[in-house]
Design a protein around this ligand. Structure first.
Ligand code: PMT
Length: 217
C-alpha cells in the first residue's frame, strides 16, 4: 500500500519575521510514517517545519504553509493507480493573513487588526480526488479537540469523507501536542468509537497502521 502522511504545523507568514502557527512538533505524524515504513509500505511524509529526523525508509517533502502542504499532497496523490491511504496528522492552519508584507512591518504601521482568509481544507480537496479515483484513495484524519472530542470527530469524519478519524482531546494530560504519548479514539462515520488508553505515539501509530491493514487487506 502507498501511505502518504502529513505531519507538523504550518506557518502562515505576516511578514518575513512573523507568522501564525500552532504547537505541533510532528511527533505523531512521524511515528505513523515510521511505523508504516517498518511494515513494508511505500511511504511519503509531507512535513511542516519541525525538528525531527526523517524515519528510515520514508521519502520526505518539506513544506511551510498550508497552501504548500495542499499542493504537495495533491501532487503526490494525483489520481492513484495503486491503493493509496492519506493519513492527515498535520495541524494545518485554517486561516492565513490576507497579505504577507515583503519587508518587516514597523510597529508604528500596525493598527492591531490582522485580516485573515481561509486556507484550503486539504482533506476536503482530497475527497474530490477520492470520488474520481474509483476507491483507490482512502482518507484518515485526526481531530484535535478541546472538549467533546468524539462528537466533533464524527462530524468531521462524515464531512471530510474519511474512513476513520483519530480523535485526541489536546487538553488531556499526556495527549496531543508536543508530548511523547497520546490518548486517542478511532471514530468511524457510522458513529462507532474505539477508545484506546494512554500510550506512546509509536504505539498509537502501530494501532493506526494495523487498522489500515485490517480495513484494506
Ligand atoms: O505533532 P504533535 O506535537 O505530535 O501533535 C500531534 C497532533 C495533536 C498535531 C495530532 O495528534 C493531531 O491531532 N493532528 C490534527 C490536528 C488538526 O489540525 O485537527 P483539526 O481537527 O483542526 O483538523 C481535522 C483534520 O483535517 C486533520 O486531519 C487535519 O490534518 C485536516 N485539515 C485541517 C485543516 C485544513 N485546512 N486542512 C486539513 O486537511
Amino acid at each position: 500500500m502507498r501511505v502518504v502522511v502529513t505531519a507538523g504545523p504550518t506557518r502562515e507568514f505576516i511578514d518575513p519575521v512573523r507568522f501564525l502557527s500552532n504547537p505541533s512538533t510532528g511527533r505523531m505524524g512521524f511515528a505513523v510514517a515510521a511505523e508504516a515504513a517498518r511494515c513494508g509500505h511505500d511511504v511519503v511524509l509531507i512535513a511542516g517545519p519541525v525538528a525531527l529526523p526523517t524515519p528510515k525508509g520514508v521519502s520526505r517533502v518539506d513544506v511551510v504553509s498550508a497552501r504548500e502542504m495542499c499542493d504537495a499532497v495533491l501532487s503526490v496523490v494525483g489520481l492513484p493507480d495503486n491503493p493509496t491511504v492519506v493519513v492527515s496528522a498535520a495541524a494545518v492552519a485554517d486561516w492565513r493573513p490576507a497579505t504577507c508584507a515583503r519587508k518587516k512591518l514597523k510597529k508604528r504601521h500596525m493598527d492591531g487588526v490582522l485580516n485573515l482568509v481561509r486556507n484550503p481544507d486539504i482533506l476536503k480537496r482530497l475527497a474530490g480526488v477520492e470520488r474520481r479515483a474509483g476507491g483507490n484513495l482512502r482518507l484518515v484524519g485526526f481531530a484535535a479537540e478541546t472538549g467533546d472530542a468524539v462528537c466533533e470527530a464524527v462530524r468531521k469524519c462524515r464531512e471530510k469523507r474519511l474512513s476513520f478519524i483519530v480523535a485526541n482531546d489536546v487538553t488531556e494530560p499526556g495527549a496531543g501536542f508536543g508530548v511523547e504519548t497520546n490518548k486517542v479514539a478511532f471514530v468511524y462515520p457510522d458513529g462507532q468509537v474505539e477508545q484506546l488508553p494512554l500510550m506512546s505515539k509509536r504505539s498509537v501509530a502501530r494501532r493506526i497502521v494495523r487498522q489500515l491493514q485490517h480495513l484494506y487487506p
